[in-house]
Design a protein around this ligand. Structure first.
Ligand code: 5AD
Ligand code: SF4
Length: 349
């Protein structure tokens, strides 16, 4: 698929045009990865972050956030819940830290989760940029998938959205290191960012293809009132437009990459109550139901109006299962749900 062809898909606007795009992407999804939703229980381990991205509600510069870190035991309990719910795998996500104590902590937690589940639970990490050595240690501890969003494939747009000490090239290099170290690699972007064009988004999809990634997590940018980007551009935010673009990105990515795992993210659900189901119908096949204890959820607000902050893991699960049944799909219980693209990559390489 060429760049002009991708731009054309992303530009779909009229209802019939969008329906045709999502229908085509859905057919490819069924053929390549099946109409089976893969679940990963999401554990928001800590909202402390050393970075200061201009769009993010838990950026280090936001002093209005009470910072927390879950204990090892709390995380183990959530992992047990994931197993009880038959989710098959968990994602440990947090703001970014590189200090030795943090690296040790995560290594220990990953080992613990793997041991107490008898290796039944798959562990995905989403913990930002790290050294090769750290990625190696966490992989050796038993984690096997890593999510690191590039946020945008345009170094220029990246520079406009981050402080000067954040490096696009450093982040992109991490994706190469992760692949070389044997991880299943996920990346992704935000769409609808101020200053972003359809060509930028088409380049994002080409970037995913060029990096040969296995998983994609992306979603619309949503304003957070206590961030520079939210303050400056929040007023002009158009939720319907953001949702349409988010769904178009999922569909175009499915058509271009075919056998990868694509997440229907919480950001879609923030824009419409059925946003995630619409993501599944536009080509996504992964959902990350939140396991974070209810009392902590309000602390992990990347954007305003994040859904589900007042409910517990049981309620999150019940709603989700009903929604998935409602669109006629099934759930891949007790399964790591690895990306078929990763398996294909092992054969070819
Ligand atoms: N809107 C949407 N997504 C956001 N993220 C951070 N802030 C926002 C926001 N305001 C996303 C980034 C990051 C991921 C953890 O959450 O893409 O990689
Ligand atoms: Fe930290 Fe990630 Fe938020 Fe950036 S987007 S401030 S790295 S949590």
């Amino acid at each position: 698929m060429t760049k002009p062809a991708i731009i054309k898909l992303l530009a779909a606007q009229a209802a019939e045009e969008c329906a045709a795009l999502y229908g085509a992407a859905y057919r490819v999804k069924r053929r390549e990865v099946g109409a089976v939703v893969r679940l990963r229980g999401l554990v928001e381990v800590s909202n402390a972050c050393s970075k200061n991205c201009l769009y993010c509600g838990i950026r280090s510069g936001n002093t209005n956030v009470a910072r927390y870190r879950l204990s090892r035991e709390e995380i183990f309990e959530l992992a047990d819940t994931a197993q009880k719910f038959r989710y098959g795998s968990i994602v440990l996500q947090a703001g970014e830290h590189q200090d030795a104590a943090w690296v040790d902590f995560i290594e220990d937690v990953v080992r613990g989760v793997k041991a107490r589940s008898n290796n039944a639970l798959g562990v995905t990490l989403s913990l930002g940029e790290q050294t090769r050595e750290t990625y190696r240690r966490w992989f050796a501890a038993g984690a096997h998938r890593y999510l690191l969003r590039i946020e945008t494939s345009s170094p220029k747009l990246y520079a406009a959205l981050h402080p000067g000490n954040h490096s696009w090239h450093g982040r992109a290099a991490c994706l190469d290191v992760l692949a070389a170290e044997g991880w299943q690699v996920g990346t992704g972007v935000m769409c609808g960012l101020p200053g972003q064009t359809l060509e930028d988004l088409a380049n994002d999809i080409l970037f995913f293809r060029e990096k040969n990634v296995d998983m994609i997590g992306m979603g619309p940018w949503l304003p957070h009132s206590e961030t520079p980007l939210g303050r400056e551009h929040g007023k002009n935010f158009d939720a319907a437009e953001a949702l349409r673009l988010g769904l178009n990105m999922i569909a175009a990515t499915r058509l271009a990459l075919r056998d990868v795992n694509i997440a229907a993210t919480t950001a879609l659900q923030a824009l419409a109550p059925d946003g995630r189901e619409r993501g599944l119908l536009a080509g996504a096949n992964v959902i990350m139901p939140n396991l974070t204890p209810t009392v902590r959820r309000a602390g992990y607000l990347l954007y305003d109006n994040k859904p589900g902050t007042d409910e517990n893991a049981e309620a999150t699960r019940a709603k989700l299962e009903a929604a998935i049944r409602g669109i006629g799909e099934t759930i891949g219980y007790d399964d790591w749900g690895d990306s078929p693209h990763f398996a294909a990559r092992q054969v070819i390489e």
